[in-house]
Design a protein around this ligand. Structure first.
Ligand SMILES: NC(=O)c1ccc[n+]([C@@H]2O[C@H](COP(=O)([O-])OP(=O)(O)OC[C@H]3O[C@@H](n4cnc5c(N)ncnc54)[C@H](O)[C@@H]3O)[C@@H](O)[C@H]2O)c1
Length: 445
């Protein structure tokens, strides 16, 4: 049997991960994007963002002709039989998701489907709030194609769970696959493709309605965000108790098999392109449905305040921020990515600048993105050590491996005052606390 031909709409983290994932096996992928610069880069084999392993995969996929990127939908729809939609679904100012990109994509898919004589399956992978696929996207594709969902084209909602920084392994070895289906034929077509792709390594597949699939994605992210805000709440209690240490509390709690140690690392809160916007969207969606989701509102409120704990700890040791020199290690919302969307470094830098501090930053890969946000308001160092030079205080923001290797002497030898705030609990308080003025999230003094 000939492998299915794939198209992917939107070449961001999810779209490019999906496309490159398929090219690792015997599939050809046509990707579509509206961003001309991005298309040009991809077709030259240049990765538009930082993600481990992707540069080599992209070069190979372009060289072998397995991946091509275009700006129009016609060929992508006519020459393939399954289309994955992976465009962005950002937040609106009121927290609801902004559907403009995905609705435009649905209209263009519809128009391109007009001329197609054979069955085509559309799979929504973008995160959308419950009922969006059925009430908005299905309707738009039907309207612009003049065809009927079911007999003429299929529709699935299969949420993506990959993590930036480990996207390749997450795409090739997912924990589970959710197939929300408009009808059985749509679900069967997607399941057949995925079983063909994963073969013996096919993970558990759960078949659901479209809206259940949409909600599974939000419930997963809401649960993980809840775990983070929970442990940060415990961290804030620990700080009031002499001798208490949240790192050990989390270890003790996480060894309970019912809880697990994952997502129990206290720190400066969650950021990134998904958790903040997805929690906001679920809250807004729930309120529209007439239910006040108090738990989720608390999760969000805890996370809003948490980054500023870094400034609070800094002020405990450095009474006046005005005119002080603060070194920040890490900018990206997590290690192994250059993504700064909703990164906690942003409110921390803004607050430091507001209080009159001079800020110097270093991150192994996120500096170009930081420059587009902060321009010349802050200084950019070429290494961690250069960042520390003559600083009055250092705040560790992102837990990159290279920062874990720093020794107390790296701080004492290079800084004006050896003050370190560990915002991610990567340093041993027994070692660093003896040689530096040291504060850490969730460490009672
Ligand atoms: N980034 C993640 O880690 C992650 C993980 C799971 C799910 N998601 C979800 O997946 C979706 C995509 O996220 P992302 O981070 O890849 O987004 P992104 O912003 O990195 O990329 C979106 C891409 O879509 C393109 N695009 C926008 N409108 C288009 C249109 N009409 N036609 C063609 N292309 C268009 C943009 O130019 C951009 O390249 C979102 O709904 C997100 O919530 C993201």
């Amino acid at each position: 049997m000939k492998p299915h031909k794939i198209s992917v709409i939107g070449t961001g983290y999810v779209g490019l991960s999906t496309a490159l994932g398929f090219t690792t096996k015997d599939y050809s992928v046509i990707a579509v994007d509206t961003d001309k610069e991005k298309i040009e880069k991809i077709n030259k084999g240049l990765l538009p963002f930082h993600e481990p392993h992707f540069q080599e995969l992209l070069e190979k996929a372009i060289k072998t002709g397995k991946l091509s990127c275009v700006s129009t939908f016609e060929k992508a729809i006519s020459d393939t039989d399954i289309t994955f939609v992976t465009v962005g679904t950002p937040s609106q100012p009121d927290g609801n998701i902004d559907l403009q990109h995905i609705e435009k994509a649905a209209c263009k898919i519809g128009k391109a489907l007009q001329k197609k004589g054979t069955y085509h399956l559309v799979v929504i992978k973008s995160t959308v709030t419950p009922t969006t696929t059925e009430t908005s996207l299905k309707h738009l594709i039907e309207k612009h194609s003049g065809k009927l969902c079911g007999p003429n084209f299929g529709l699935c909602m299969s949420p993506e769970f990959l993590r930036e920084g480990s996207a390749l392994s997450d795409v090739l070895h997912p924990d589970r696959i959710i197939i929300g289906e408009f009808d059985k034929k749509s679900g069967d077509t997607l399941e057949e493709l995925l079983k063909e792709f994963y073969n013996k390594n096919t993970p558990p597949i759960i078949r659901t309605s479209l809206s259940t699939a949409e909600l599974i994605k939000y419930a997963s992210n809401a649960f993980l965000a809840t775990k983070i805000s929970f442990i940060n709440t415990i961290a804030n209690i620990c700080e009031k108790i002499s001798g208490a240490d949240v790192a050990l509390v989390a270890k003790g709690v996480g060894l309970d098999k019912r809880i697990s140690p994952l997502f129990l690392n206290a720190g400066l809160g969650y950021g990134g392109s998904c958790f903040p916007k997805d929690i906001k969207a679920l809250i807004a969606c729930s309120k529209t449905l007439g239910y006040e989701p108090e738990l989720l509102e608390s999760v969000e409120n805890v996370n809003k305040i948490q980054p500023l704990k870094a400034i609070e700890l800094c002020k405990d040791l450095l009474t006046n921020l005005k005119g002080s020199h603060i070194a920040l290690l890490g900018l990206a919302f997590k290690p192994h990515t250059d993504d700064m969307r909703e990164a906690v470094s942003i409110p921390i830098i803004n607050q430091l600048l507001k209080e009159g501090a001079n800020v110097t930053v270093y991150d192994p890969v996120a500096i170009p993105n930081a420059k587009s946000i902060f321009k010349d308001k802050i200084k950019y160092a070429a290494s961690a050590i250069q960042c520390l030079k003559k600083a009055d205080c250092c705040i560790l923001i992102t837990e990159w491996d290279e920062f874990k290797k720093l020794k107390p002497e790296d701080f004492t030898k290079n800084m004006k005052k050896p003050i370190l705030i560990d915002g991610r609990r990567i340093y041993n308080p027994n070692e660093f606390g003896k040689k530096l003025l040291f504060k850490a999230i969730g460490l009672g003094q």
